[in-house]
Design a protein around this ligand. Structure first.
Ligand code: BG6
Length: 497
């Protein structure tokens, strides 16, 4: 099975912040790969815009050098790159001033009035307002204009509201695409396919049958290179409020009537709004530390084994790890806890959702046969796939003893070498913007609801002067996270690559 290329009409796309890290590492490489896949039609114009005073040729050269680092050299043909550069130009522009805007207007003119025009704000949120204003005052918008904005969408509820207000004063909600790149991941979308494309799971997907759910997003990388941003954010703002929240929504939401933007987002919003406030003793924060005698060693190619050294603040109380127990107060989930955890510098890179079912209500084999509950493990990355543990009889004579066997499906094996679409999340999401499909983007009210749940948690830490627990780089996180589970007679499933 090979991925399908859905044709789109020629479009214009302007990337503000084109010299920045995200544009260079993700957005422009994603566009290039879509170009190589034949999805970017003739006549499309891509314009990079940023403050740096590059000429188009200078920008091309810098980008070409960058692409050879970001993409495997043998993954594309240099002729393709030459073709891509022909549709890509550059304009030095001042987002806060007037320089460059008339030139942008000139470059975008001459196209059909209904041609899709995407403005990608790959810039800090402080520039959202100034850019939006200038797009209007320089007459750059048309009936098919869409803007794309990146996370972090705000720092708290108040700032997210302010951003929503600024954007709403210039654009309709249907024109605003707030990216959470987790939603662009193939396997994250697969969560919906598994739940709503099969009869098997949905009848059991509730508190009557599910004991609890664990969502783990573990990373081996540290925070080096992003110290300033990260130390102001921490794992709660950087990962929990958005990526893990989105996973929670997809795993917990009611079936939407249709796979359409508002139907899906309405259901996600209901989940977030049904979340109870989290009790302080249901949260564990951690900060990574070098194990004794290992300071200065590297772990997965990085050198920051000690968070405080990396951010150069020996008193930083920002968490690089968080685990918490959440409750969704609705008919389906009342009584089923959701344990969520994410952290940097952990043992392995692994994003997994574990659905632990309850024990059978009665064992006809007697207690000595052993009790085994079913367990569905959804591996989001790496080694994408699903494992369902099933209880069977332990083979051999000597009575009836039970054991678990895994029904294991690796998507790579099941679908063959070409089966898992290698498209990066950004490739899919950018093309969704061009197609005008908002299903995989966050709506303004969704983001605000997520902050409304997050804010009191962070305010609590600040009020109490909470300090994160140290954990060893390369471990599974602070011991207190295990206690969080043990208090409930449960345990985390392992973090394995
Ligand atoms: C980003 C966070 O949004 O997601 C990073 O800011 C994190 O801190 C990254 O490392 C994880 O994304 P992925 O796709 O590597 O799982």
């Amino acid at each position: 099975m090979v991925s399908r290329v859905i044709p789109v009409d020629p479009f214009d796309l302007v990337v503000f912040g084109a010299t920045g890290d995200l544009a260079q590492r993700k957005i422009l490489p994603a566009l290039f790969r879509r170009y190589c896949a034949g999805q970017i039609p003739k006549g499309t114009r891509i314009i990079g815009a940023a403050r740096t005073a590059y000429s188009t040729e200078g920008f091309h050269q810098a980008l070409s050098e960058n692409l050879t680092q970001v993409l495997a050299a043998d993954s594309y043909d240099p002729e393709e790159l030459a073709g891509f550069l022909q549709i890509l130009s550059y304009i030095p522009i001042d987002g806060n001033g007037e320089a460059g805007w008339p030139e942008l207007n000139r470059r975008l003119s001459g196209a059909a009035p209904d041609r899709v025009r995407v403005f990608y704000f790959s810039v800090g949120p402080g520039l959202f307002g100034p850019l939006a204003e200038r797009l209007h005052s320089y007459g750059l918008t048309n009936g098919a204009t869409r803007i794309v904005v990146e996370k972090p969408f705000g720092h708290d509820l108040a700032s997210a509201r302010a951003l929503n207000r600024i954007l709403a004063s210039h654009f309709e909600e249907g024109q605003i695409y707030r990216i959470d790149h987790y939603l662009g991941k193939e396997t994250v979308q697969n969560l919906m396919a598994v739940r709503f494309g099969n009869m098997l799971f949905e009848p059991l997907w509730n508190s009557q049958y599910v004991d609890h759910i664990q969502i783990t997003v573990a990373e081996t990388v540290g925070v080096a290179g992003r110290e300033d941003y990260y130390d102001r954010s921490g794992a709660m703002r950087d990962m929990m409020q958005n990526h893990l929240m989105q996973l929670l929504c997809l795993i917990a939401m009611e079936p939407p009537a249709k796979f359409d933007p508002d139907a899906v987002r309405d259901e996600k919003l209901k989940v977030i709004r049904a979340l109870d406030p989290v009790e302080p003793y249901h949260i564990v924060r951690g900060q990574y530390n070098a194990a004794p005698g290992r300071a200065g060693e590297t772990c997965d190619g990085g050198e920051d084994l000690n968070y405080r050294e990396t951010v150069q603040d020996q008193r930083s109380s920002t968490e690089s790890y968080i685990a918490l127990k959440a409750h969704i107060s609705n008919w389906r989930w009342a009584g089923t806890p959701f344990y969520l955890r994410t952290g940097k510098r952990l043992k392995a890179r692994s994003s997994v959702i574990n659905v632990l079912f309850k024990d059978a209500p009665h064992s006809i084999f007697g207690e000595e046969a052993g009790r085994h509950a079913n367990h569905l493990k959804i591996r989001l990355q790496p080694n994408e796939g699903i494992t369902l543990s099933v209880t069977i009889k332990e083979p051999g004579p000597g009575g009836m003893r039970l054991m678990d066997v895994p029904l294991d499906m690796s998507f790579a094996e099941a679908l063959g070498p070409k089966g898992v679409d290698p498209a990066d999340a950004y490739e899919r999401l950018i093309m969704d913007v061009v197609r005008g499909n908002q299903t995989l983007f966050m709506r303004g009210d969704e983001v605000e609801a997520a902050w409304a749940w997050t804010d009191p948690i962070i305010a609590g830490w600040q009020a109490r002067g909470d300090v994160p627990k140290p954990y060893e780089g390369g471990s599974t996180g602070p011991g207190d996270a295990d206690l969080l589970m043990r208090r409930d007679n449960r345990e985390w499933r392992g973090i394995n690559p």
